[in-house]
Design a protein around this ligand. Sequence first.
Ligand SMILES: [Zn+2]
Length: 227
Amino acid sequence: MPILMYHYISELPPDADVYRRDLTVIPAHFEEQLQYLQSQGYQSVLLADIYETLTTGKPLPEKPIVLTFDDGYKDAYTDALPLLQKYGFVGEFFLLATPAHYEAPQYLTWNDVRAMADAGMSMQAHGRDHYDLTARSYEFLVYQILGAREAVEAHSGRPVRFFCYPSGRYDDDTIAVVESAGYWGAVTTAWGTELRLDNRYTWPRIRVKGNLSLDGFAKILQDLATE
Ligand SMILES: [Zn+2]
């Protein structure tokens, strides 16, 4: 099953560099992608649904897909949320606690986070900050991983069950802390669709790049479906 990975859903700023272009899907293209998913009968599910399917056999829709959004940018609230609602999809948002706390201009505030949770979106954790979590001390990992979970739970009013490694970077110590902090699983930036219980702390995703055409988007999903 595909877990799609998005970052920015916004217009490109005039000074956008190659990285920002790569990470940005403009709202008109995002809407076309949602229309395509809807027309093909895809139904969005959450990572917790997949976990429950793997552990208890809970049934999933016939064509399930997960829509994830990394970093907790402001456009998750202003652009992604209304489009998701328009097409009847739910999104899974991986948040950074520190910019939310300080109300950094480009990021969701805790009020936004609460509003999105109340609108049925799944608010999950990406760290307190956006640091590489490899080769770190136990205390550092606990602060970034458990601390983010506690902050997002407190402000969304809902349980946080999934973690997203910043920049997709992790090692055995990172996974051990994610597991002991009570997360059910975690997602990476590796390409793939194999979601099993034994790899639930390294679930792969499908990156949707900013320059991807609708035909390219459709082809990726068709190729994955016939794998
Ligand atoms: Zn990130």
